[in-house]
Structures are given as C-alpha cells and as structure tokens.
Design a protein around this ligand. Structure first.
Ligand code: NAI
Ligand code: UGA
Length: 436
C-alpha cells in the first residue's frame, strides 16, 4: 500500500519504518528540513534500540522515503497517518493546532479517496474535528479513523511489529477493510485488532495511559507508606503482583513517572473531564502525588547532610526519563537537579544517551562526566535517577574509591539492601526496609 506519514517524531518514524518493513511504500513528511535531510542520508534522529537496522534496510530497498513536501507525499498515498505533536496547551488540554493545521491543508490537496488516520494521542471528538477541517476544502470522499499508538520508547519497534492489540476506531466499512489489510502482518501472532467507534478509540488511549500512571502512583504511595511503618515495598509488590487480576507489571515504585506521554495525557484527560462536566477526582490525586514523588528523594538527601547541601558535590546517574531512550521530557532527574542547584549543591551527571539533550537545556549549570565512575569522582553522594542496565551491576569497590562518601540515594531500587549494608554503604532507596 502507498502510505504517507506526517510527522517523524518517535511515533511517526517508528510507524513509517515498521510499515515499510512489511512491504508498504512509505513516505514520511516533516516540516523540519534539517531532520529530513539527516534521515535521507540514513541517520536515525532519535535513539531507539533496533530501529537503525530496519530503517537502513528499508531506505536501501527504497520503500522508505522522506520529504518536506506534504502535497506530493499525500497525492501519491492512499493512507495518510497523522503522527503530529499534541503538547499540553496553556491550560493543560491537548493542543490540536498541529493536527488540525495539517487537516486543513489535506482538504486542499486530496484529489481521490484517502483514509486519514489520527495516530497522535487526541481527545475524544478530534476525529470529528479533523473530518470537518478536511471537509471544509475537500471535493472528494475520505474517511478519518482513530488508530491510537501504544508503543513504549525503548521497545518501540517490537511494540509496533508485535502489538498486544491494534485499536481502530471507524464506522466506515471501506476504511475498516483497508486497515484490516494493512495491519494483517502485525497481528499474525493472534493478538487482536479491536474495532470500535472513533470516540471510544480516542478514549481508549487516554484510559490506558491514565490507568498505568495511576497504577505506578498507587505503588509510589504504598512505598511511601512502607517507609513510615517499616514494611518493604518489594515484598508487597511480589505479594500483590502474583494476583493475576493485578499483574506484575508497572508496579515498580520510584521517583515518579515522566516522559512525553503519561504527564501530558493524564493532564489532558483531566481537562477533558472538566470540560465534559465530569471532573476526574482520581486523576487530580495522581498528578499531585506524582509531582511530589519526583522530588521525594530531596528531603532524604537533606536529612543525611543535616539540612545543608551548600557546596556538596552530588553525582547523578541517569538523566533520561527511563532507560533505553535519550528522551528527557518530564524526566524526574531534571526536577531533582533543579532542587539540588537551588540548595547550593554542584552536580556532575552521567547518562549513556541523554547528555546531549540535557546540555541543550541545562548548559553549564551542571557538569557532564565521560562515564559513570567519572561522575562519582570525589562526590559527597550518588543519586540514581534512571535504571540503565549499566547501573545495575557496578563495580562497588571501584565506586567506593571514587566517591568521597559511600552514600547512595537510589530512586530506582536497583541494589540489594543486605549487600549494600555488607559493603558499608549508606544506601537509601524507595519504600524498602532491611528486615532483620
Ligand atoms: N513518544 C511516544 O512514545 C508516543 C507518542 N504518542 C503520541 O504521538 C504523537 C506524536 O508524538 P511524538 O512522536 O513523541 O512527537 P514528537 O514531538 O517527537 O515529533 C513530532 C514531529 O512532528 C513534526 N511536525 C510538527 N508539525 C508538523 C507539520 N505541520 N508537518 C509535518 N511535520 C510536523 C515535528 O517536526 C516532529 O518531528 C503525540 O500525540 C504523542 O502523544 C503515542 C504513543 C507513544
Ligand atoms: O502514549 C505513550 O507515549 C506511551 O506512554 C508509555 O510509554 P513511555 O512513556 O515510553 O514509557 P513507560 O515505559 O510507560 O514509562 C513511563 C514512566 O513510568 C515510569 N514507570 C514505569 C513502570 C513502573 O513500574 N514504574 C515507573 O515508575 C517510568 O520510569 C517512566 O518515567 C506507555 O507505556 C505506552 O504504552 C504509550 O504508548
């Protein structure tokens, strides 16, 4: 099939590349000319495991192309994916200007039947708005379909090629038939395509993200409570996670959820609730707890240093909002760094992939180390903010020689409490207690 993907962020790039991988002709459109030039020359503009191999293969086989020219790409395509940003607007609701702006252009361009697909995360009712924006100028028949994306950064290729499910919101039999055909190669392992109406599909995406954010936040509160009463959240997690109704995944407490999606999507769903006359009480609590959780490690550090962080040298391992990505949007590490600097501490950080992105935001407010041990050099304490695999099994004796004090504040619960005690570290993690 001939496909145009408009917007080449995480979602557009992965969608375009994975659709080419199953034999479709894909042209990706972006307004960022320098990004398009990079991609044309074979450079993947983001860090995403396994993407480079299939990206290169499909460029070579000329199934994957890039352009800034929306008109020529759209005219050749039967299916048009909109993978455009939907950032929070001033009031926290999703800003639809990118999506509706392109929809407006599409109406002027299309000359024959097209399926226009909302891949972006958009509030209930957006498919209708996109339809109206296209229809305002279009002289031909077209369908607008909601097909939300559930990929996770770091696992994006696998999530797209082998999805748990594909959700397709359309009431048009013609569009349904085309999409059934398009997604056939991806659902071959028995995972279903779930067809529904556009509004339910749009809400399914927000409900999924909000539910996962709530699950994490609930565990963060249980972890905080464990600290007060001397229980161990690892035990509680094992105990409740083995109940299949609860499940083992997304029960890991930490320093709050971050990233480009959970924070903005929970906020946007909350705003939609208010607009619809149904303010979600649970989402307000989730947002409040998560905001506090991001810096919950700070009082622990302050307590250790008797309230005085002035001129303390703090090493930070991990800047990305989670491992296996260079994405720093809403990364808890940035909130912690801001608070440390406010309190007069100096920060030296190391992240395997995200340091370039952080240096664009923080510049020389912090120091950037060449590796994890160099970050720890002469540090008064080490803070772990992202659970990169390399941080899971450090050489503790090498680390001890680098650190000024054997003190670790771990926001991701990476190490065994007993082992840390044996090694003589002061080790503070989230919601865990060494039960004698
Ligand atoms: N990042 C993720 O893991 C996931 C994101 N989503 C949703 O997908 C949507 C896109 O997210 P990301 O890929 O992270 O976005 P992004 O912000 O990383 O990238 C968006 C791309 O669109 C381009 N763009 C902006 N205006 C354009 C225009 N008029 N024409 C052509 N290109 C244009 C930008 O230059 C940029 O390359 C959002 O709604 C997001 O919530 C959904 C699932 C996963
Ligand atoms: O809509 C989106 O953009 C995507 O948002 C999330 O994916 P992503 O943001 O890439 O990352 P997750 O792996 O979900 O992690 C999100 C945040 O939750 C935190 N988290 C996750 C799991 C957990 O047990 N504990 C926890 O604190 C992570 O550290 C991270 O900050 C969803 O998992 C995807 O299904 C969805 O498509």
């Amino acid at each position: 099939m001939k496909i145009a993907v408009v917007g080449t962020g995480y979602v557009g790039l992965v969608t375009g590349t994975c659709l080419a991988e199953t034999g479709n002709d894909v042209i990706c459109v972006d307004i960022d000319a320098s990004k398009v030039e990079k991609m044309k020359s074979g450079i993947v503009p983001i860090y995403e495991p396994h993407l480079d191999v299939i990206f290169e293969r499909n460029i070579k086989q000329k199934r994957l192309k890039f352009t800034t020219d929306l008109e020529s790409a759209v005219k050749k395509a039967q299916i048009i994916f909109l993978a455009l940003p939907t950032p929070p607007g001033e009031d926290g609701s999703a800003d639809l200007s990118y999506v509706l702006g392109v929809a407006d252009q599409l109406g002027k361009i299309i000359e024959d039947y097209k399926v226009i697909i909302d891949k972006s995360t958009v509030p209930v009712g957006t498919a209708e708005k996109v339809h109206a924006a296209v229809a305002a100028n279009a002289k031909v028949d077209f369908d607008v379909v909601s097909n939300p994306e559930f990929l996770r950064e770091g696992f994006a290729v696998d999530d797209f090629l082998k999805p748990d499910r594909v959700v397709i919101g359309t009431e048009s039999p013609r569009a349904r038939k085309i999409l059934e055909e398009l997604y056939k190669p991806y659902v071959r392992q028995g995972n279903p395509i779930i067809f529904m109406d556009e509004k339910s599909a749009e809400l399914t995406k927000y409900a999924a993200n909000a539910f996962l954010a709530t699950k994490i936040t609930f565990m963060n509160e249980i972890a905080n409570f464990c600290e007060k009463v001397g229980a161990d959240v690892d035990m509680v997690r094992a105990g409740i996670g083995s109940d299949t109704r609860i499940g083992k995944r997304f029960l890991f407490p930490g320093i709050g959820y971050g990233g480009s999606c959970f924070p903005k999507d929970v906020q946007a769903l909350s705003k939609s609730g208010i607009e619809a006359g149904y303010p979600f009480q649970i989402l307000d609590a989730v947002m409040k707890v998560n905001q506090e959780q991001k810096t919950s490690i700070l009082p622990k550090i302050e307590d250790y240093f008797n309230g005085d962080l002035k001129n303390k040298k703090i090493a930070i391992w991990g800047l990305a909002f989670k491992p296996d990505t260079d994405d720093i949007r809403e990364a808890p590490a940035l909130y912690i760094i801001e608070e440390l600097i406010k309190r007069g501490a100096t920060v030296t950080a190391y992240d395997p992939e995200a340091m370039d992105n952080v240096s664009k935001v923080l510049g020389n407010k912090i120091n950037y180390a060449l590796n994890m041990y160099a970050a720890a050099e002469e540090a008064d304490a080490l803070v772990i903010a992202t659970e990169w695999s390399a941080f899971r099994t450090p050489d503790f004796s090498k680390l001890a020689k680098k650190l000024k004090n054997k003190v670790i504040f771990d926001g991701r619960n990476l190490y065994d409490l007993e082992q840390m005690k044996e090694q003589g570290y002061y080790y503070s993690s989230i919601g865990r207690t060494l039960i004698a």
